[in-house]
Ligand binder design. Sequence first.
Ligand code: SF4
Length: 329
Amino acid sequence: MSDLDNEPVIRGENLARYYQVKQGLFSSSKTLKALDGANFALNSGQTLAVVGESGCGKSTMARLVTMIEPPTSGKLWIDGHEVGGMSSSAQRSLRNAVQMVFQDPYGSLNPRKQVGAILEEPLIINTSLSATQREQAAREMLNKVGLRREHYSRYPHMFSGGQRQRIAIARALMLEPKVVVADEPVSALDVSIQAQVLNLMMELQEELNLSYLFISHGLSVVEHISDEVMVMYLGKTVEQGSKSSIFSNPLHPYTQALLASTPFVDPTKRAKRVVLTGELPSPLDPPSGCVFHGRCPYAREICSQQIPTLKQSTVGHQAACHGIEQDWI
Ligand code: SF4
């Protein structure tokens, strides 16, 4: 077994992405820290869920992992290769290993193309398969995602939202990726359909040994599909660890607030009732100290003065909070 066999399929070390933003013609630019030092590892066949409100950095993380844009600082490894040290042609071939499924199954498929052509497009660009081989691969993939082989010649508008998301998943799998970055893949679907698509994703994960980076604004969906969870707020990781540890012992007040607003069938799953007050601060002008202090019911003086760092807790996962560290929560 080589060293690469033990490597996570994706690993980020102090990964950060900053943007310079000008708010007016004559104003000086400000730094927007969209992602501010994320550390994570996604293992083969596993799911890492990245959770938080809009502006927390989860979509930025998706763009870095799919190599749509480079990090401002930090390191990213994909399939054991450090992306920053690679030539652009090597990066291009690595790109096929990570594919993306988007939130909107209506906007992400070209309405003028038949489903077969949509599925075959990545094969035309990236492989030397013949037309017959491509058609066969596309029809087989339709079957794999629970659609019928004859759906090959239909257009996206002829399908329901759930079916379209199956087509988007099929397209993402055509190049046999190791990782699928799923950006809120079920949030645009009816609740009754969400479970079907999540079940399909889990079946495909098992069958193809896929790894998922699963991006979500809430925790309820994540509970079914994830192995590891990262909770993010204004570009920073506030809590991180195994799903079982985070769901049974949510520590950070923000995670507790997310869980308290999540509907669970099982009443024992209810978290401490932490209600979020105040507005999400502007990421261009984040609060000093703990970025959550303006909305945190447990905040003390130190919270606005010192930035808490992510530390191992006694329950087995990491959290960034003075109150947990100093035992007042
Ligand atoms: Fe709340 Fe302070 Fe902990 Fe931040 S550091 S979450 S403000 S208690």
